[in-house]
Ligand binder design. Structure first.
Ligand code: FE2
Length: 200
């Protein structure tokens, strides 16, 4: 082989092999068995539930960022910071839920297209909401998550999937309940400066 040909072969070998069209490794909705001593049917049921919880948690996470950016009014600074704190905490839940799905042998959803199709949380407008509306939307979204999370936790416990039950109870439910408290207290109509002179 001439030096020139040898150089061309080497150059070709150094080229990154990019593949855009290929068969999926695993289809969504299927379970690849892992040795975790759980029946495939239990893993599939938990993965399915967790994907719904993931879609709604991703939506709630993004609702917090939307409101973090678009908040206004006299409580701007504290809500701007609080909404971002909750966004970061929801992001950690998203990762924990998605990785639980994978550890059950399932396939976690990931992309906005799939989240938009699956979420049960109503779509907010693109425009800005006033603060009480922002908070009401967040509280409703939390309630969607909490309602489904409690049902999923019970189902996982009954099926013997203690790991999923623990994640949903210890992390998802507790985190969401705590965030509801911090957000809901902003909707209590207390006076900012003067004593409340309204009749008891
Ligand atoms: Fe920011």
């Amino acid at each position: 082989m001439s030096k020139k040909d040898e150089g061309a072969v080497l150059t070709e070998r150094a080229r990154p092999v990019t593949v855009h069209e290929t068969k999926e490794l695993q289809h969504y909705g299927t379970v690849a068995r892992l040795p975790i001593a759980l029946d495939a049917s239990v893993c599939a049921a938990s993965a399915g539930n967790l994907n719904q919880l993931l879609a709604d948690t991703m939506t709630l996470r993004d609702l917090y960022k939307k409101h973090h950016w678009q908040v206004s009014g006299p409580t701007f600074y504290q809500l701007h910071l609080l909404f971002d704190k909750h966004f970061n905490e929801q992001s950690e839940l998203v990762d924990a839920i998605a990785e639980r799905i994978q550890s059950l042998g399932g396939v976690s959803i990931a992309m906005a297209h799939d989240v938009a199709e699956m979420t049960l949380i109503p779509r907010p407008p693109r425009g800005r909401d006033e603060v009480p509306v922002q908070i009401s939307r967040l509280l409703h979204a939390h309630e969607v998550v909490l309602k489904e999370a409690r049902a999923m936790a019970r189902q996982a416990a009954e099926a013997g999937d203690d790991g999923t039950n623990d994640l949903v109870v210890s992390e998802v439910i507790r985190m969401n309940e705590g965030q509801v408290w911090f957000v809901a207290e902003h909707l209590v109509d207390t006076p900012l400066v003067a004593r409340d002179a309204r009749p008891q």
